[in-house]
Design a protein around this ligand. Structure first.
Ligand SMILES: Nc1nc2c(ncn2[C@@H]2O[C@H](COP(=O)(O)OP(=O)(O)OP(=O)(O)O)[C@@H](O)[C@H]2O)c(=O)[nH]1
Ligand SMILES: [Mg+2]
Length: 461
């Protein structure tokens, strides 16, 4: 009952007073969420680098300002600290964040079109919610029993050499059978170590998502379990039963509240993807990225997930942008190829996730441009390269990372025929953020952040 009243309250104020756009920003660890939000907000506050945002081009944005956020219990996105890190005197990348946070940016806009003359400026609120993509991959757990989840995880682990330590431990523990807390802890630790390795190998099937980013729940029973070989009739008080109980507690105490309180209220979503790193890491990582995208899409149209369908009751996110980040590692002549790869990945995921919900788009962006373009000569050939300050040495360097294939399916499908899939020894360097001095009215330099903003919120301004 209370929830219903709240919902009615939301809709009333949104329709009759001041519209609110709830923009979700997600992606796997290190995908670029913090840098994206920081630069997006800075560029929405100071808009001279946002010509493709139509409301700005039409001069209809009268003001943009930060406001206290509506959700009192969510951490605030630490915009000022992140901006200072990126654009201050000794620019550096922000710390890893690993939890959910929120920021409200409000606009005064003059309406467009016919009604422009009839009504005065209105206020539109943009609530940006930053959350780890790993949390979305937990949604399928809601419809899976402990035995089903264990079976799937263990089967995948079998094919991965770094899974053998945990598999041995799990089989040994299943054979002993009785519950001892130190055993449960040792298994959970070993399983977490496996997840970490899987993560390093570029894998994204890393459930339960919170094991890698536990936050304040670290060490609690809901995070102290691991998959075990399914047993037909495990006795009460057995290790298996206790693990099963904790798995269920994880679902209902950790996964469910996030989906109910935050996810279900998102209108627009951007999914940031570090596609370049996956391409660099090789076929297995790209294959896994494919599965990760499919998992994310199924969260947004959970036709096959009974629990989520009940939760969302037909409400759905309207637009999803899949953005390949860090495109400043490539000369712009290669951006179209990166976008084509991203499009192919998304459409694979769309077809496999049986997705027919929101409008989707793929794009290549750089939230904070750390490089400049340069042509270098190498053995008589001209190479389209980028130059920047290297992260590890602080020295300037130009790099040519090799050409992405013109046919995206060489990346998205071609790997089935072998693992030599790029001609060049394709490699990625890590750049530090550049020293920049901003003129009044200017946000940090970026690539296509204005197009991203136009797709995500342009129609609502
Ligand atoms: N060159 C370049 N590097 C970027 C850009 N955005 C992010 N990066 C790199 O990617 C790293 C991760 O970016 P974050 O924004 O911290 O990523 P995140 O998704 O918030 O990461 P977590 O908080 O750890 O989940 C940064 O430290 C940079 O090295 C970009 O626009 N250009
Ligand atoms: Mg972050």
């Amino acid at each position: 009952m209370t929830r219903q009243i709240e919902t009615v309250g939301d809709t009333l104020s949104e329709t009759f007073f001041e519209p609110v756009i709830r923009l979700g920003v997600t992606g796997m660890a290190r995908a670029g969420k913090t840098v994206f939000i920081t630069s997006l907000v800075a560029n929405l506050l100071n808009r001279s680098r946002m010509p493709q945002l139509l409301a700005e081009a039409d001069n209809r944005i009268l003001a943009a300002y930060l406001q206290p956020q509506p959700d009192d219990t969510l951490p605030r996105f630490d915009y000022e600290a992140h901006l200072a890190a990126l654009t201050g005197p000794a620019p550096h990348w922000p710390e890893s964040t690993r939890t959910i946070s929120e920021l409200r940016l409000s606009f005064r806009v003059r309406p467009a079109g016919l009604i422009a003359g009839l009504s005065g400026p209105r206020t539109v609120h943009l609530d940006i919610i930053d959350y780890p993509g790993e949390w979305l991959l937990d949604l399928p757990l809601m419809d899976k029993t402990y035995a089903e989840w264990s079976r799937e995880v263990l089967a995948r682990m079998d094919a991965r050499s770094y899974g053998s330590d945990f598999l041995d431990a799990a089989r040994a523990a299943a054979a002993t059978g009785t519950w001892q807390e130190p055993d449960a802890q040792a298994l959970a630790r070993s399983y977490t170590a496996y997840l970490r390795q899987a993560r390093l190998e570029g894998m994204s099937d890393v459930t339960p998502g919170r094991f890698l980013l536990p936050g304040e729940m670290e060490g609690s029973p809901v995070l102290t379990f691991a998959p075990l070989p399914p047993q037909d009739s495990a006795p009460r008080k057995s290790l298996w039963r206790e693990m099963e109980r904790r798995y269920e507690a994880y679902k209902f105490r950790v996964v469910k509240p996030f989906f109910q309180q935050h996810f279900a209220r998102i209108d627009r979503q951007v999914v940031l993807v570090d596609a370049l790193s996956a391409i660099h890491a090789g076929p297995a990582a790209v294959d896994d990225l494919n599965r990760g995208l499919e998992g994310i899409l199924s969260a947004f149209r959970p036709g096959r997930n009974a629990w989520a369908s009940r939760l969302l009751l037909g409400k759905r996110v309207e637009k999803i942008l899949f953005a390949a980040t860090k495109a400043d590692h490539l000369h712009h002549t290669q951006h179209a190829r990166l976008t084509a790869i991203m499009e192919a990945l998304v459409s694979n995921a769309i077809s496999r996730a049986d997705f027919a919900g929101a409008r989707t788009q793929a794009m290549s962006i750089a939230s904070l441009r750390a490089t400049v373009e340069e042509t270098i000569r190498h053995e008589g050939a001209a190479l389209q390269a980028v130059r920047g300050r290297l992260l590890d040495t602080g020295k300037q360097a130009a790099m040519y990372p090799g050409a992405l294939p013109e046919d995206p399916s060489r990346i998205t499908r071609g790997h089935l025929s072998g693992d030599q899939w790029l001609d060049e020894d394709y490699s990625i360097m890590s750049f530090a953020p550049a020293d920049i001095s901003l003129k009044p009215g200017e946000g940090p330099p970026h690539i296509r952040l204005d197009r991203a903003a136009q797709f995500l919120i342009g129609d609502r301004l």
